[in-house]
Design a protein around this ligand. Structure first.
Ligand code: A2P
Length: 318
């Protein structure tokens, strides 16, 4: 199994199981099957609304002795309504209680966007905090607190632009971000961000590495129909989906494909061992379209203090 080295030498399995949009009633079985079939990395988040069910699967896995806690890499994420420094430890305590764990391997700031406590998704401008009301530097101090307390072995961010990541690295006092989890796949290759990550020893984890079921939009481009991915797949006897994942791992990134289907889970895990040639990596490099399935517009409606430019191009820490 391919692993990626964090700055302190700890190893993260390159292929993890995504649990976003894995519904209650299905997700526990999906996580159980995945770990039974060899997955050692599970990606969670409080906002996915399914951490209790994921925790039931972990309990079953540990009770049956399939793996020990220390053999599993578990990530979760701080939601945008808990960005005030004093909220970070309590939010993580809730996640740990739901997951039935006493520490995480990795805790991430889910978005560089803050809103009021108790809000799941902002439906009106008044629920947002402007960037300078709860600066990311304040939230980051809370993340350093959880690392110091041993509640998370590693801390990082998600959905951070290249400039924002660079600025956070510069000002972080006790621990810089160790991971930036962003949308990444052959249609959104994140080349500039990957360079910033490499410069600072930050691991880039790609979410929606398979295009997130086309992001729910019928008009969105279909990764699985891309001619280059299909051709490369034929050469290796694997699917276009597996090529997309092998390409991510081949660039030194981790990938967290979501599947609740046992066969597709197995395919996705096996993709981590498919080695593409330099020529194939180059051909896939040319299909980049800068296309976001998850474009963040849901945070940037009329009256919001955040804009799409601020989110993806800006470097402001508030
Ligand atoms: P399912 O859960 O039924 O397998 P992403 O990881 O980019 O968010 O994409 C997840 C979507 O891709 C889900 O709709 C998932 O459906 C589907 N999917 C996951 N693995 C594969 C695969 N190997 N081949 C085709 N579709 C897949």
């Amino acid at each position: 199994m391919t692993t990626l080295k964090l700055r302190d030498g700890d190893l993260m399995p390159a292929v993890g199981l995504g649990t976003w949009q894995a519904e209650k009633g299905v997700v526990a079985e999906a996580v159980y099957m995945a770990v039974k079939n060899g997955y050692r990395h599970v990606d969670c988040a409080a906002i996915y609304g399914n951490e209790k069910e994921v925790g039931e699967a972990f309990k079953r896995i540990f009770d049956e002795g399939i793996v020990k806690r220390e053999e599993l890499w578990v990530t979760s994420k701080l939601w945008c309504d808990r960005h005030e420094r004093g909220e970070v430890i309590p939010a993580l305590e809730e996640t740990l209680a739901d997951l039935g764990l006493d520490y995480l391997d990795l805790y991430l700031v889910h978005w560089p966007i803050a809103f009021k406590k108790g809000v799941s998704f902002p439906e009106e401008p008044s629920v947002f905090f402007a960037p300078d009301e709860v600066p990311i530097t304040e939230t980051w101090a809370g993340m350093e607190d959880v690392k110091e307390a041993g509640m998370a072995k590693h801390v990082g961010v998600s959905n951070f632009s290249p400039a924002r990541l660079e600025n956070l690295v510069k000002v972080a006092e006790r621990c810089g971000p160790e991971v930036n989890q962003v949308e990444c796949h052959p249609f959104l290759q994140q080349g500039e961000l990957l360079k910033v990550c490499e410069k600072h020893g930050v691991i880039l984890t790609g979410y929606s590495p398979l295009g997130s079921g086309k992001g729910g939009s019928g008009d969105a481009p279909d990764l699985f129909e891309d001619a280059v991915l299909k051709e490369v797949g034929e050469a290796h006897g694997v699917s276009a989906a597996q090529v997309a994942l092998a390409w991510g791992v081949g660039r030194g990134c981790s990938v967290i494909p979501k599947s609740t289907d046992e066969g597709r889970q197995k395919q996705n895990l096996a993709a981590g061992d498919v080695v593409l040639t330099d020529e194939e990596m180059g051909r896939i490099g040319a299909v980049d379209a800068g296309y976001r399935y998850i474009d963040g517009t849901f945070f940037c409606g009329e009256g919001s203090p955040y804009s799409i430019d601020w989110l993806w191009e800006g470097g402001d820490l508030g």
